[in-house]
Design a protein around this ligand. Structure first.
Ligand code: AP5
Length: 216
């Protein structure tokens, strides 16, 4: 049983690292961003409610994301553990998840904070492209698809997330500084926080995270 939280600014590599760690430890990745994007794509009632918040880089109201996480945590695939990726995003959400887990007789084992500079984030996110069908990630310079705008894996259409436009990236970074970054102190006080430098080779960063997890 291993329960983790991945913290870090937009573009820090939370989603990419969470996928790799989930496979390595046989636990589930819970990405509120991915769940919300699918809801927007499918125009579900939730998707219709949250779209305007996401497009402008604002946080979706707490009650909506808390409901998603509460439902997800009780699913069978979380019985061996989970990685929360993109949740919590403010102190209220952090307090709610603590209570939620307490009610299930569980707790967070470690909080990994991936640190990346503002300049690097803008470079990563402004060039990021994603497959609309399977979610595979690309970068126009560092990791382009073989055929223009076509996913190498599933031949789906590759697009740019609306919130990856440069102005919105700046707005997301402001939201991160104002609302999410206080979580580092919150978890430091609880003795759960480990800071990891998020610049360098992908595997090298995974290994740093694995060392932090296994040194508990
Ligand atoms: P969400 O999807 O969570 O977006 P985010 O936190 O802004 O994170 P990203 O997906 O942009 O980045 P990441 O850190 O996962 O990095 P990634 O691995 O993709 O949230 C989107 C929106 O949903 C929010 O703005 C909000 O509206 C809403 N939302 C979600 N959760 C919410 C919540 N709890 N409460 C309220 N609202 C919520 O990597 C980024 C790029 O960098 C990729 O191109 C990748 O290939 C590249 N990369 C990764 N690692 C490296 C490396 N080592 N070197 C070079 N490039 C790298």
């Amino acid at each position: 049983m291993l329960n983790l939280i991945l913290l870090g600014p937009p573009g820090a590599g939370k989603g990419s690292q969470a996928k790799s760690l989930a496979a390595r430890y046989g636990i589930s990745q819970i990405s509120t961003g991915d769940i919300l994007r699918v809801a927007v794509r499918d125009k579900t009632p939730l998707g219709i409610k949250v779209r305007s918040f996401m497009d402008k880089g604002a946080l979706v109201p707490d009650n909506l994301v808390v409901e998603i996480v509460a439902e997800r945590l009780t699913m069978d695939d979380c019985k061996t553990g989970f990685i929360l990726d993109g949740f919590p995003r403010n102190i209220t959400q952090a307090e709610v998840v603590e209570k939620m887990l307490g009610g299930l007789g569980e707790k967070i084992d470690k909080v990994i904070n991936i640190e990346v500079s503002h300049k690097e984030i803008v470079k990563r996110l402004s060039g990021r492209r994603v497959c609309r069908n399977c979610g595979e990630g690309y970068h126009i310079i560092f990791n382009p698809s073989i055929e223009d705008k076509i996913c190498d894996k599933c031949k789906g259409e590759i697009y740019q997330r609306d919130d990856d436009k440069e102005d919105t990236i700046e707005d997301r970074l402001k939201v991160y500084e104002g609302q999410t970054s206080p979580l580092t102190d919150f978890y430091k006080k609880k003795g759960l926080l480990v800071a990891i430098g998020g610049v360098g080779g992908f595997k090298e960063i995974t290994e740093k995270i694995v060392n932090a997890i296994e040194s508990r």
